[in-house]
Design a protein around this ligand. Structure first.
Ligand code: G6P
Ligand code: MN
Length: 409
């Protein structure tokens, strides 16, 4: 059963997928609905990616943030805060339905901002069979493996952190050699200054090219561990403000580009009743979630970086907090890899970010303005209470249809 949403784009998705599946797996009966309960009833696996307010609301958040001179990224910065307050109520509603109509199903979730969504789900439903995942590590690993002259699957990446906020500590080849020191040498000696043509879903995208190149800059600034891409927003906030267009934001770019292209392609397929010549490809997002499901179904116990309760995986970090670490995933569930103790710098960065995330979740669930402002002040992209309050006031106004009504009493 294909997913649910409440708009006409859903019909396009549904009809496209019916045609696609009838071609590649005619033995599978594809059907779609916009009724959440009908979609989930009896499911074994539920792949979730929702965006309350769509990219239009993402754009509004970004513009508000830029107006106050801070980055408005959809997961990092206060764009992420705003998105969390829209996404969490919707996800909790969805998980509640799943617990009722498909209690044994695995829920594999891509809904952003993953860090706060996962924190909220594990708080409300501690036993939920939900895995919050992200394609960012696998995307970065591909770029790094390519540079090192390896296939991504032939390397083992050691990693810890929070979603969109982590570090690689080692990169092992099959003989147990750690390649991270070589990467560090190449960066520090100036041999590696930029990655060659970074493509996403088969296409060059300047944003991702710059974002991946900023890994090199981040590694040079702090050569102990290799940073995950999105640390660029925290290490280099002021420079990111210079690097990105404030008038035509990332959401505007996505709306004008990918969204138009995807729906045009889907409509073409629907009118041709065939996917012949269709230009849509499955990227990391699609492959990664299917690989995880396969690892569960076939009990492969493959290794994936996902968001789970820490439970001691990072020894010197809140055991109840959700962290992003490598895990072996099979039929019996998820087994996180023990990371051990992490250094002061990384731990302190994570503590502040986790404080922000936890308070944002509480603000969302309680409709508490005080917790919202506390949370906001802990986000490293926010320079002061005055700026945080001003952004919050504008976001509050712009999110009346989505945020907890208690904020508006
Ligand atoms: C990466 C992140 C996702 C995020 C996406 C945004 O894939 O891991 O969490 O949603 O980037 O990409 P976009 O092209 O929409 O800016
Ligand atoms: Mn992600």
């Amino acid at each position: 059963m294909l997913a649910r949403c409440r708009s006409s784009t859903c019909e396009v998705n549904g009809e496209f997928n019916e045609i696609y599946l009838s071609e590649v797996r005619p033995d599978i009966k594809a059907t779609w609905t916009t009724d959440i309960e009908e979609a989930l009833t009896g499911a074994d696996f539920v792949f979730i990616q929702i965006r309350p307010g769509k990219n239009e609301q993402r754009s509004i958040d970004e513009h508000i943030c830029y107006k106050h001179n801070i980055i408005g990224q959809e997961t990092c910065g206060l764009g992420g805060f705003s998105f969390a307050l829209r996404a969490i109520p919707a996800i909790l509603e969805l998980v509640a339905v799943a617990q009722r109509v498909c209690p044994n199903a695995w829920l594999l979730n891509y809904t952003n901002p993953e860090a706060m969504v996962s924190e909220a789900v594990y708080r409300k439903f501690p036993d939920a069979k939900m895995l919050c995942i992200c394609d960012m590590p696998i995307g970065q690993q591909d770029v790094i493996a390519d540079y090192l002259g390896f296939k991504e699957s032939d390397l083992t990446f050691k990693y810890f952190g929070l979603n969109h906020f982590g570090w690689y500590t080692h990169i092992y080849d099959k003989d147990g050699n750690d390649l991270l020191p070589k990467l560090r040498d190449d960066v520090l000696s100036g041999q590696l200054t930029e990655f060659e043509d970074v493509t996403v879903d088969g296409e060059h995208d300047d944003y991702w090219q710059k974002t991946h190149n900023n890994i090199i800059k981040g590694f040079k600034a702090f050569p102990q561990y290799l940073p995950l891409t999105y640390l660029q927003y925290y290490y280099f906030h002021d420079e990111m403000m210079e690097q990105f267009d404030h008038e035509f934001t990332r959401a505007d770019y996505v709306l004008a580009g990918r969204e138009v292209k995807v729906y045009e392609e889907c409509r073409r397929v629907i009118s041709n009743k065939s996917t012949r010549d269709c230009e849509l490809v499955s990227g990391h997002h699609g492959n990664y979630i299917v690989d995880i499901a396969c690892s569960i179904i076939h009990d492969k116990k493959d290794r994936f970086i996902v968001n789970v309760k820490n439970n001691g995986a990072i020894g010197n970090f809140d055991h109840d907090a959700v962290v992003e670490v490598p895990c072996y995933i099979g039929a019996s569930g998820v087994e996180p890899v023990a990371v051990g103790y992490v250094p002061v710098f990384h731990r302190a960065m994570m503590e502040m970010q986790k404080g922000y995330e936890k308070l944002a979740v509480e603000a969302c669930l309680e409709g508490s303005k005080e917790k919202a402002i506390q949370s906001i002040l802990l986000n490293k992209t926010v320079p002061s209470h005055r700026v945080g309050q001003a952004v919050f006031d504008d976001l509050l106004d712009a999110n009346r249809d989505f945020w907890n009504p208690k904020f508006y009493e």
